[in-house]
Write a protein that binds this ligand. Structure first.
Ligand SMILES: Nc1ncnc2c1ncn2[C@@H]1O[C@H](COP(=O)(O)OP(=O)(O)OP(=O)(O)O)[C@@H](O)[C@H]1O
Ligand SMILES: [Mg+2]
Length: 161
């Protein structure tokens, strides 16, 4: 699926919709969502939408320095950012596999080092800067559950509100 976002609120709204679908079906509670795109693309903005759609009463901040932020909920959200990591071994040291096994939505910024550990279910989001406020957002699904979630997103149609 492909979207165009013209302002941060639109990117956030897409995250809200995706999280809404996940929250409404407990089969989706462990969903992995990979967020890729350059610095400042809007990955954290999207993750804020996920938190809002999951109805977590939190003001999420970028995990660039602490790498993993965990928010409780039903389901909760584990927000990760591996920009600062260099090696796969470091992922294991910070307990990445344990986090993966938790029942919570996992949103991972800069997920490149994590690919080997992911398994066969994930949603892949790529945000591209077109200009200062415009973004292209491509969303793809790997695995049956993830594909079903995207079908749900498709039913929302291409509107932002
Ligand atoms: N259409 C848009 N969607 C998302 N963000 C936008 C948009 N237009 C402008 N922005 C701005 O772009 C910035 C995106 O920042 P954000 O922290 O989400 O990026 P990021 O992809 O998480 O970067 P990093 O790799 O550094 O973590 C924000 O300042 C936001 O206001
Ligand atoms: Mg970020």
């Amino acid at each position: 699926m492909e979207f165009r976002s013209n302002k941060p609120e639109e990117t956030k709204n897409l995250g809200i919709k995706l999280a809404d679908i996940i929250k409404n079906n407990n089969n989706y509670f462990s969903q992995i969502i990979l967020l890729t795109g350059d610095l400042g693309a809007g990955k954290t903005v999207f993750a804020k939408g996920l938190a809002e759609g999951l109805e977590l009463d939190v003001n999420i901040t970028s995990p660039t320095f602490n790498l993993i932020n965990e928010y409780e909920g039903h389901p909760g959200l584990i927000h990760m950012d591996f920009y600062r990591l260099d090696k796969k071994e470091e992922l294991i040291q910070i307990g990445f596999e344990e986090y993966l096994n938790m029942e919570a939505v996992k949103a991972i910024e800069w997920p490149q080092l994590a690919f080997d550990y992911l398994g066969d279910e994930f949603i892949f989001i790529k945000i591209t800067n077109l200009n200062e406020n415009e973004r292209e957002i491509i969303i793809e699904a790997e695995g049956k559950k993830s594909q079903n979630i995207l079908k749900g997103l498709n039913k929302y149609g291409n509107t932002w509100d």
